[in-house]
Design a binder for this molecule. Structure first.
Ligand code: TGC
Ligand code: FAD
Length: 389
């Protein structure tokens, strides 16, 4: 090969501006220095130093980076996507920390909050001094959050929340939880300081995926909040779904970061490893695998860039995001599994990142809308008919 970067055969790099590439390269360097050296240990132990990491990520400027004001960088969507790409090339759990903080918790306050809520929480969340989580899913209502049982009842001027949220990223380390609950007038969002009486968070044990990420159950038992705790502009299920569009967008770019790391690892390994007296990379079967991986990675990057430009032009629709999330996570998981085969037995260890990525991508396939949910969103856009129920 002469002069063609093997990880970018479609020359997607040319589609990004100097500023976008500079942001991407800064995040890549940060991950190389501060994150990658620790990942195998964090994954193996199932523990991350979330608080320290959040402060470092705040200094890097990626927490809520695509939001305007309140200490946020106000970058375009494509830059945010490229940052997610680099974070997830390190580990999906690190990208999740940033997604949940910026695209879910901060975005909810930014889009639906009062001036007081924005001033109180957003600057401290942008620096990583305060950590947020986003409680939508319940044990029996994941794909169908509209069925949620958590309630918010008026009691004089106060609100009283009762219910249990499940699978909540950052839950046990959060200072503030954005909790979605059913009020008389429909689904509303609430800003719940986690120190509030009646609020507890329990870490979910035994995960085989996304181990470098905190996942928790949130229990709300008669959690009493002042009237000002409700997100005043939140109205119905479309409010939390609006936040999901933001986080799903990050995954469109992010999942391909994990895929790129797998392809890079597989190429290096195949060139280095000798089987039957010649390099593994010299066999046609290996080259077919690598070529298919590069093809899917390249196609996915073109799709991500297109979706990013649609977002920046203000014309992005939920079905665009569904196409990107569905395709790029599916491609990434396929690339990770194929890369694993090239590494043979070494591929199952933490010495290489591929099985860690493959396992992480099982969560990414499920959260932020499963593949089936995104297929049905696209089906609905095509036919005008909802097939969810
Ligand atoms: P449906 O009747 O279709 O819609 C209810 C209202 O919402 C509006 N809407 C949207 N608004 C904004 N963005 C979207 N993507 C929207 N999709 C629908 C819709 O227009 C309607 O508005 P209105 O004004 O008429 O009331 O709702 P449905 O109950 O049939 O459900 C639709 C469905 C299945 C697509 C939705 O429930 C869904 O997306 N389910 C998947 C749930 C999900 O993805 N949960 C993720 C939780 S957070 C998470 O996983 C974080 S992981 C960590 C990380 O991100 O790293
Ligand atoms: P279910 O909804 O029970 O789905 C099970 C299967 O049924 C899936 O294959 C699904 O596609 C399929 N299915 C569902 N409906 C249909 C249908 N109509 N037609 C055909 N098939 C269907 N949630 C939050 O709110 N906040 C978070 O921070 C958060 N973080 C997470 C972190 C991790 C590591 C994980 C794994 C999950 C997280 N989640 C979070 C929850 C996540 O969003 C849900 O797991 C996801 O929405 C799917 O819900 P479920 O697990 O209940 O699966």
């Amino acid at each position: 090969m002469t002069g063609i970067p093997p990880l970018d055969l479609v020359a997607a790099d040319d589609l990004f501006s100097d500023e976008e590439r500079a942001i991407r390269d800064t995040v890549r360097r940060f991950c190389a220095e501060h994150v990658r050296p620790h990942l195998a240990e964090w994954f193996e132990q199932g523990v991350i130093p979330a608080r320290e990491l959040a402060v470092e990520l705040g200094k890097l400027g990626v927490l809520g980076m695509h939001l305007d004001g309140y200490g946020c960088a106000g970058t375009n969507a494509v830059s945010y996507g490229l940052a997610c790409h680099e974070l997830e090339a390190a580990d999906s759990g690190i990208r999740s920390l940033v997604s949940v903080q910026g695209s879910l918790a901060m975005y909810a306050i930014h889009a639906y909050g009062s001036d007081e809520q924005k001033n109180e929480w957003l600057p401290a969340m942008a620096t990583g001094e305060k950590i947020g989580c986003f409680g939508l899913t319940e044990a029996d209502f994941g794909s169908n959050p509209g069925g949620m049982r958590t309630t918010a009842k008026k009691d004089g001027a106060d609100w009283v929340l009762n219910g249990t949220k499940m699978w909540i990223t950052n839950g046990s380390v959060a200072d503030v939880a954005i909790v979605w609950a059913r009020a008389d007038e429909g689904v509303r969002g609430f800003v719940v300081p986690t120190s509030t009486k009646g609020f507890t968070a329990n870490t979910v044990p035994g995960k085989l995926s996304l181990r470098a990420s905190v996942t928790s159950e949130l229990v709300l038992e008669d959690v009493r909040l002042p009237a000002a705790a409700v997100l005043p502009k939140s109205k119905g299920l479309s409010s939390p779904l609006g936040c999901l569009n933001e986080a799903r967008f990050g995954i469109v770019f992010g999942a391909l970061g994990a895929a790129r790391d797998c392809l890079e690892t597989a190429i290096a390994y195949a060139n280095d490893r000798e089987v039957f007296d010649k390099p593994l990379s010299a066999y046609q079967l290996t080259q077919e695998k690598l070529a298919e991986m590069a093809l899917e990675l390249g196609k996915g990057m073109l799709l991500a860039e297109r979706i990013g430009r649609l977002k920046d032009s203000g014309t992005l629709r939920p079905e665009h995001v569904s196409m990107g999330k569905l395709n790029n996570v599916r491609a990434a998981i396929q690339i990770a599994r194929e890369a694993r085969t090239i590494l043979g037995a070494n591929g199952i260890t933490l010495e290489y990142p591929v099985m860690r990525h493959a396992n992480n991508l099982e969560s990414v396939l499920t959260y932020e809308g499963t593949s089936e949910v995104h297929l049905l969103v696209i089906g609905q856009a095509l036919t005008g008919v909802s097939a969810f129920r």
